[in-house]
Design a protein around this ligand. Structure first.
Ligand code: SF4
Length: 124
């Protein structure tokens, strides 16, 4: 048996997980169905919302200035497969966005074919 805490809502239920067989998962301790869904996803295909920054290119800047932002904050539009996060970070760190950018603007569509977009997190 293993245990985990459901982080889907502030209740933070302590979940107990039993795996009687390879394909069977029995979850207890959850106060609502979302806890079971969370445990199954965490065990079978864990996902994380990823935040990172990429380089900014200011289209209006003639000379680099300390007042101008150099990095653009980004975040995924949904949970991203945990085992592929290093690949995603490599993609993001190689990205350069031209300013100005708008919050919610798609920086990378369908990142690595996962169906998850990488979005700009702040207008700048
Ligand atoms: S099991 Fe339900 S009530 Fe408990 S933390 Fe998860 S979402 Fe909240």
């Amino acid at each position: 048996m293993s245990e985990m805490i459901c982080i889907t809502c502030p209740m933070g239920c302590h979940l107990s997980i039993e795996r009687p067989s390879e394909n069977e998962i029995v979850v207890s301790g959850n106060r609502c169905p979302r806890g079971e869904k969370y445990a199954r996803e965490e065990l079978l295909s864990p996902k994380r919302v990823v935040t990172a920054t990429c380089r900014a290119t200011d289209a209006l800047a003639v000379e680099p200035s300390p007042c101008r932002p150099r990095r653009v904050p980004l975040r995924t539009s949904a949970g991203f497969p945990k085992e592929r996060v290093p690949e995603l970070l490599a993609l993001i760190y190689g990205l350069e966005l031209r300013l100005p950018v708008q919050r919610g603007q798609v920086a990378i569509a369908d990142a690595l074919g996962t169906g998850v977009d990488v979005l700009v997190a702040r207008t700048m």
